[in-house]
Design a protein around this ligand. Structure first.
Ligand code: NAD
Length: 248
């Protein structure tokens, strides 16, 4: 099914995990994807894994660098001949107990997760077409459900969620949809006990586990693809929580 034939997609975080799975899924359904990431090796792996019928172009760029964002959006529009869909997936995770939280941690998490998302939206929105343009921003179920040691990460993802809902209201008059997608626990390099600083109790990971286990990145990519598709034409300003029933 070529749901995205002729659709031009700019996607961040395409070098790993959910972003890679989403780039591959959209290209498999016919999209032309311009994938951005910090990791050139990750992007090369993503591009090599694509079987079409769409295509994946890549660019190394830091979502936290304003000039690099401006350049990347311009390059994407030049390469693809316009833009229809923006998908913000790039993100970082830190787990820190509150007594060890630093301003540097907070700045880094907010700059990459929230400011990066906001900058891509600011730069891409003027290029998105009225009535059919779509923005999908990956937040996290951590924005709405408490998890120990995740205060700063959760706050940065809460910022992504709130930003996305207000943006949906602001651009609705153009018929542009904005959909925040909030995954629960996903099996990617970003998640897992290895992200914990030494000496912390890791048993809390059991509390955020879905009865279905951790998601595969492809299961989140499928929901992002739905949100970006015409099937979701009446969906905007509403969070899609994809956490495998972690909180039922
Ligand atoms: P991942 O680490 O596999 O992928 C994240 C990608 O973002 C990497 O390729 C990384 O290089 C890129 N990236 C990081 N900082 C960047 C920057 N400054 N500029 C450009 N690219 C940058 O992780 P993932 O699990 O696929 O995470 C994707 C998104 O999903 C993140 O926003 C994350 O917060 C969110 N998320 C993940 C989970 C999970 O359990 N894995 C749960 C909820 C939300």
């Amino acid at each position: 099914m070529n749901r995205f034939e002729g659709t031009k997609v700019l996607l961040t975080g395409g070098g790993s995990g959910i972003g890679r799975a989403t780039a591959l899924r959209l290209a498999a359904e016919g999209a032309a994807v311009f994938a951005v990431d910090l990791s050139g090796a990750g992007l090369a792996e993503t591009a090599a894994a694509s079987c079409g019928p769409g295509r994946i172009a890549t660019r190394v760029a830091d979502v936290a660098d304003e000039d690099a964002v401006v350049d990347a959006v311009r390059a994407a529009a030049d390469e693809l001949g316009g833009l229809d869909v923006l998908v913000n997936v790039a993100g970082i995770h830190r787990t820190t107990p509150i007594d060890r939280l630093t301003v540097a941690d907070l700045h880094q998490l907010f700059t990459v997760n929230a400011v990066g998302t906001a900058l891509y939206c600011r730069e891409a929105l003027p290029l998105l077409p009225d009535r059919t343009g779509v923005v999908v921003n990956v937040a996290s179920s951590a924005a709405a459900h408490g998890n120990p040691y995740m205060t700063a990460y959760a706050a940065s993802k809460g910022a992504v969620l709130g930003f996305s809902l207000s943006l949906a209201a602001e651009v609705a008059h153009r018929g542009i949809r904005v959909v925040p997608v909030s995954p629960g626990s996903v099996a990617t390099p970003l998640a897992g006990p290895h992200v914990l600083p030494p000496g912390l109790d890791v048993s809390y990971f059991g509390r955020i586990r879905s009865p279905f286990g951790a998601a595969e990145p492809e299961q989140i990519a499928g929901v992002i693809a739905f949100a970006a598709s015409r099937d979701a034409g009446y969906l905007t300003g509403a969070e899609l929580r994809v956490d495998g029933g972690s909180h039922i």
